[in-house]
Every structure is written in structure tokens, then in C-alpha cells.
Design a protein around this ligand. Structure first.
Ligand code: NAD
Length: 467
């Protein structure tokens, strides 16, 4: 066994369901899935550990989290290996090593973000201040696309604020979820961070447990709506990070060569399996062909293949279900007469869930590939004539996670950016997140914020001390 395989071996169970490498179909480990009945025991553990964890000073909790970041760094290659084998992403580029390194960065930043008491009024006759108390137990439910870093985002802010956490990874990437929890637990006191495995019924049980005061949910809009319903009986606090269908609007003054690489990676990062990827590209008549050619030129040079093969920059889709979604949307676009600039011709008989890099031009804005979230490496490119039309189309979906505007003139881009119904609008880039900058969706992409001081406040209960 290679040294970097040790963690995968540790989190894999001796029996249970075989976990397949999405690139090859090889069985890489086993998962013994939990049931809704296992949730109560995990929450018992979290409840028992919470008072002791909350009684530590903020400095002591942050020091423990910094040690957890050290552990992540010490095991970074092993974590990346688990990710690459189970999620499919490449070791290189914006892939598995990038995600593992990001975990440590997020943990360190959340553990060093100041959250001072806010003095609201300080007058001779009146004093009022705002403090933030722990909620208690926080449930963290995560998806399969960035299975370690999304878990870290939510775990670290919840722990920092004195909560304990029960984490349920996606059933598609259980080993990745278990691996990050295992590594962080090398540095954390027993019981403050517990994982439960299983599918939607286990997530549902976690949301329904009356002792879970806050649920951080990241996943699809459909499941997010179920989480809202399931939480009603407990009035649990919720942060919902849901799906996206981000528009990118290119203004006529943009330089096609200058923007092509940013547009490509904004759309194709993690083979498109990214909530805030660029999922619809709106190009003006004036530079339509130039931008399509420039993006296709970049795409042609990016190698897609098995994640473990160094040098590959894009991997397969994680599962057959998602492959079917992408294939259906592209086939529909072709049947409508849209133009395939590249890709769109998967080898359905090949091992793994590879879908080729696909650019679909001259597509109508009403096509399902534009209106639905494809969550894969197939980008629809829509032609617009007037900017008002582009803004209307960009805002014309229920999603509102991110958007981008591309222009040589920042003021012109800004004038459009503020009109877009999205939680984040990037100018001349797409999808970058930063642990210091709040991130969250508008409309059906969810509510609540992560990261920065806002992210810490989101996993606590505000308390006013007056007098
Ligand atoms: P999903 O909704 O199918 O599953 C997400 C998680 O919810 C999984 O752990 C799943 O087991 C669990 N779950 C399923 N049913 C449940 C229920 N009834 N109650 C509680 N939990 C339940 O989503 P997915 O397919 O894993 O992830 C892809 C989606 O996630 C995409 O739409 C993507 O855009 C979105 N996403 C959003 C963000 C963001 O920050 N906004 C980040 C990543 C992914």
C-alpha cells in the first residue's frame, strides 16, 4: 500500500457497500451506511460534549481549531487521494490537492476572524451590547461535489462559536466526509465533531432531532425545500446553500482573448460540478464568434482523464445520475438545432462517468440546458443583441447564487452587476470564494451566509445585554 492510501484504508469499512472510483469503476473501499436510528446516538454524543466545549475560552477553541488545520496539512496528500478516488477530481489543478489545501485555509481563517462584543449604545445612562452565544448542536449536511471543503466551511464556524457538530456526508462521497472528520478529530476533544453516514433518510432524521438547533444544509433546491418542511416542528435555524444556474454576461467591449481562460475555468472547474460555476454564457453579437473561438481554444488544451494521472486537469462526473442529467440536456439542445462547438459525444460504453468538455452555441434561452442546472462540463452559449435582454434573461430563473459581468470598463460592468439577482456578482472572473468574504444565495439558491464574520454569526444566537 502506498503511504497516501493509509487514510482511505482507515475510513473504509471491512464490509458494506462497495465504493466505485468514478473514473474507472474499480472498487476502492466499502461503506457501512447508517440508518435514521444512528442519528440519536450521534446527537447524544454532541449534546454531552457541548457544555465542556462551550466552556472553553474563544482562544482555547481557536487554538484547537488551528491544531485541526495543522492535522489537515499533515494529511493533505492522503486527503487528496481519498477525494480523487471517490469524487473523481484530479489530483492536480483546481482539483483534490487544491480542495485539501483549501480546507486548512478555511479552518485557519475562521479560527482567526475577530468577533468582538458589539457595543451598540455607550452613554452615561444607557449601555447595550450584542454578543453571540452558541446554538448548541449544529447538523451539517453536505453534497458530493466538494465533499471535504464544504464540510469544513460549516464545521469550523460552528465549532468556533462553541457548538458541537454532527456531520452527514453525501452518500455518494461518504469516505471523503469520514476522512476529513477523522483528520480534524486528531486535534479536537472527543465528541465535539461526529459523523453519521447514510442517505436522505438519515439527513431527514438529523433535521428532525429536536436537540439540533441549527442545520447547515448544502445541496439541491428540491432537498432544501424538504429540509425547511422537516425543520418546522423544531423551528430550527437554517442556512441553505442550494443549487445555482449562474449567468455570465460579456459586454461588447470585452477582449475575447483576455477573458477566455477565466470564462472557461469559471464554467468547467471540477468538470462543472460546482454550485457557483458559470452555467450560462451570454455573448453580444459584436464579439460572439471571437469569444466562442477563444473559449474553445482554451478548452481544447485542457486534459481530461483519470484523476490520479498527474497532468490531467478535469475528471469524470461523480456518478451516473449526474451523467444522465448532462447527457439529457445536451441531447435535447442538439435536437433543438443548437450548434455543438465541441464535445457532446460521450462514449457511453467507456469505463467511468466521463462526459467530454462540451460547448453548445446558438442555443435558445428557453432550452432546458439554459434554464436548468446542468452541473457538468457542458456550457450553453446564448447570443444577445441588447443588454436589457441579457439582464432579463440572466434574472429570468429561480436560482440566484452567483453571476458575472465581463468588460474592459469596470464602471460599465458594475452598472450591470448591481442589477443582477444573485448573492455574489464577480467582475471579470467567476466563482472564486474567499474565507473572509460572505457567501450565500438569493432566491431559490437559499438563504443565510457563510464565511467571514457573517458566517460566524450565522451559527450562533445573538444576545443583547442591556444596562
Ligand atoms: P442533494 O440535495 O441530493 O443532497 C445533499 C445532501 O442532502 C446529501 O447529503 C443527501 O444525502 C442529503 N439529503 C437528501 N435528502 C434529504 C432530506 N430529505 N433531508 C435531509 N437531507 C437530505 O444534493 P447533491 O446532489 O448532493 O448536490 C448537488 C447540489 O448541491 C447542486 O444543486 C449544487 O448546486 C448544490 N450545491 C450548492 C452549494 C452552495 O454553496 N450553494 C455548494 C455545493 C453544491
Amino acid at each position: 500500500m502506498e503511504e497516501r492510501e493509509a487514510l482511505l484504508d482507515r475510513v473504509s469499512s471491512s464490509d458494506g457497500t462497495g465504493v466505485k472510483d468514478p473514473a474507472t469503476g474499480a472498487v476502492i473501499g466499502r461503506v457501512s451506511f447508517g440508518t435514521p436510528g444512528d442519528v440519536a446516538a450521534a446527537v447524544d454524543t454532541a449534546v454531552a460534549a457541548q457544555p465542556g466545549w462551550a466552556a472553553l475560552s474563544d482562544e482555547e477553541r481557536c487554538a484547537a481549531l488551528m491544531r485541526a488545520a495543522d492535522a489537515i496539512e499533515a494529511h493533505a496528500e492522503e486527503l487528496a487521494y481519498v477525494l480523487s478516488r471517490e469524487q473523481g477530481k484530479t489530483m492536480d489543478g483546481l482539483g483534490a490537492r487544491f480542495e485539501a489545501a483549501g480546507c486548512a485555509i478555511w479552518v485557519r481563517t475562521a479560527a482567526s476572524t475577530p468577533l468582538p462584543v458589539e457595543v451598540l449604545i455607550d452613554e452615561p445612562a444607557s449601555h447595550a451590547e450584542l454578543r453571540y452565544r452558541p446554538v448548541g448542536v449544529v447538523g451539517v449536511i453536505t453534497p458530493w461535489n466538494w465533499p471535504m471543503i464544504i464540510a469544513c466551511w460549516q464545521i469550523v464556524s460552528a465549532l468556533r462559536m462553541g457548538n458541537t457538530v454532527v456531520q452527514k456526508p453525501s452518500e455518494h462521497t461518504t469516505l471523503s466526509g469520514l476522512a476529513i472528520v477523522e483528520v480534524m478529530n486528531e486535534a479536537l476533544p472527543p465528541g465535539v465533531l461526529t459523523a453519521v453516514t447514510g442517505a436522505g433518510d438519515v439527513g431527514d432524521a438529523l433535521v428532525r432531532d429536536r436537540r439540533v438547533g441549527k442545520v447547515m444544509f448544502t445541496g439541491s433546491v428540491k432537498t432544501g425545500m424538504k429540509v425547511v418542511e422537516a425543520s418546522a416542528g423544531n423551528l430550527s435555524r437554517l442556512t441553505l446553500e442550494l443549487g445555482g444556474n449562474d449567468a455570465g454576461i460579456v459586454l461588447p467591449d470585452a477582449d475575447p482573448q483576455a477573458i477566455a481562460e477565466g470564462v472557461f475555468w469559471g464554467a468547467f472547474i471540477n468538470s462543472g460540478q460546482t454550485c457557483n460555476a458559470l452555467k450560462r454564457l451570454y455573448l453580444p453579437d459584436a464579439i460572439y464568434d471571437e469569444v466562442v473561438d477563444a473559449v474553445a481554444g482554451i478548452a481544447a488544451k485542457v486534459p481530461m482523464g483519470i484523476g490520479l494521472d498527474e497532468g490531467n486537469a478535469l475528471g469524470p462526473l461523480q456518478n451516473q445520475m449526474q451523467w444522465n442529467v448532462v447527457n439529457r440536456l445536451v441531447e435535447d439542445a442538439k435536437a433543438r438545432g443548437a450548434r455543438v462547438v465541441m464535445g457532446g459525444d460521450p462514449d457511453a460504453g467507456a469505463p467511468g462517468h466521463f462526459y467530454p468538455k462540451t460547448l453548445i452555441a446558438d442555443i435558445d434561452n428557453s432550452a432546458p440546458l439554459v434554464q436548468e442546472e446542468q452541473f457538468g462540463p457542458a456550457l450553453p452559449i446564448i447570443r444577445y443583441t441588447g443588454l436589457e435582454q441579457a439582464v432579463e434573461w440572466a434574472n429570468g430563473v429561480d436560482f440566484g447564487l452567483g453571476a458575472s459581468v465581463w468588460s474592459a470598463d469596470r464602471e460599465a460592468a458594475l452598472a450591470i452587476a448591481v442589477r443582477l439577482q444573485a448573492g455574489t456578482v464577480w467582475i471579470n472572473s467567476h466563482g472564486g470564494v474567499d474565507p473572509r468574504i460572505p457567501f450565500g444565495g438569493a432566491k431559490h439558491s437559499g438563504y443565510g451566509l457563510e464565511f467571514g464574520v457573517e458566517g460566524l454569526k450565522a451559527v450562533s444566537v445573538p444576545q443583547v445585554i442591556s444596562g
